[in-house]
Design a binder for this molecule. Sequence first.
Ligand code: FDA
Length: 497
Amino acid sequence: SDAAVVPALVIGTGYAGCVTALRLAQAGVDVHMIEMGLAWDTPGADGKIFANTTTPDQRSYWLRTRTKQPISNFLGFPIDKDVPRYTGILDAEEFGGITVYQGRGVGGGSLVNGGMAVTPRREYFGEVLPTVNPDEMYNVYYPRANAELGVTMIDPAWFDTTACYQYARVGRKHAQRSGFPFVYVPNVYDWNYMKQEAAGTVPKSALAGEILYGNNHGKKSLQQTYLRKIRATGRVTISPLHKVTSVAPASGGGYTVTIEQINTTGATVATKSVTAAKVFFAAGSVGTSKLLVKLKSTGALPNLNGEIGKGWGDNGNVMCGRANHMWDPTGSLQSSIPTAGIDNWAAGGTFAEVAPLPTGIETYASFYLSITRTPSRAEFSWNAAAGRVDLNWQTAWKQTSINAAKTIFDKINAKEGTIYRTDLFGVYKVWGDHLTYHPLGGAVLNKATDNHGRLHGYSGLYVMDGALIPGNTTVNPFVTITALAERNIEKIIATDL
Ligand code: FDA
């Protein structure tokens, strides 16, 4: 085991981890980032770093021997297939009643996600982070997050004419014909690159169906934004394929962090121990919650308070498809990057994205991912007999989300004389209600921590990530996670260093 002392150790390299590491390094602090996934900087045998959605391979899934595709069926037929077990990019982590999709690798969720970069409407911010001052978020930290992440809006004139957004224009038409407000959804994808893809002058990514397993071009993941700046500081060490398994007070002060180095089949090849003055949990809502619940329950961090593991929500995610008439084709070429939304939050508690079905053939289907208001919150707990952390999610809780989504799609179906697709999630199954892409909560701000992420019970331990947010952001979460981390680390640097 290696003996080393670091001033700041960051667990995880997603949005919150990158914000934390960059700002600490810029303040002159040496930082060690620990990431259980791969670096995703080396091409595979096909010359590409990332696999395509149409041809998932070992790179696509985290330590599974069979794919678990979010849209599991096509025309009713299951489309999952066997793949070699490998430390791939997308984790379909299964808890009782819900599959939680997460990115694995240097860049976290930014590697796999759709890049939809949405700031919640200010009038709803009170239900997102009730103890945070909206003025500082909307005047300082949301603008900072949007600028660093490279968030931009599609050119509306191009949206109106390009073949690859016909599906989104159909979505807009149907929304507006039923009286729902249509909104463009900002994204971190490089729209000029996408225009060149459409013109055939550059290698295709969004227009080749790349998403979920990484984008080889076009998308500004954290690799192109925060991580570039992090490397430029020269103060940050990043260790991929290293998993934090324990954090406990060290006898001489600070914390002893236990880290398992793994190989690409997930086997532990070395166990290391690092002493860190400060430890920042940025392992994502699930990763941070699992670590803290285990450490509290097994005696490594017994003074963590009773809020640890609580307040977890799925951001009300639910998916569905609609079958259009033959005169409403959605197009055989569909950009994998969504940019159209239907905002019915005020009236129905739903923000729905018009999502692509990039199959390469005309499907006459409209597909949607809805984010809904939901009151239900689950709790993580330590299962001593099994030696793992469980989540007490109830499948029935998704009914609230389905009902909210129906406030939009029942009305559109009635207006258009259309029906739901029943072939995308099984046979005669309308709702994709078995999953979330947006895990939030488990170490809620101002409950498990103080109002800036300092864990109660231990000085020098911080939660920085989606675990702080109590279950719902009214829109896609990563801009809020980034902005909140910017807010909290600024305070921590000013007062705790
Ligand atoms: P994040 O999950 O990004 O990072 C945590 C990191 O910690 C991971 O890299 C993980 O491997 C690592 N880790 C965990 N445990 C560890 C341990 N014990 N030791 C070491 N490392 C560990 N959001 C959005 O706003 N717009 C969108 O379009 C989408 N779309 C989308 C699609 C899909 C398929 C997914 C899975 C997710 C999205 N999201 C999204 C959600 C978004 O990606 C997510 O909310 C953020 O990535 C969460 O950021 P965090 O910093 O909290 O953790």
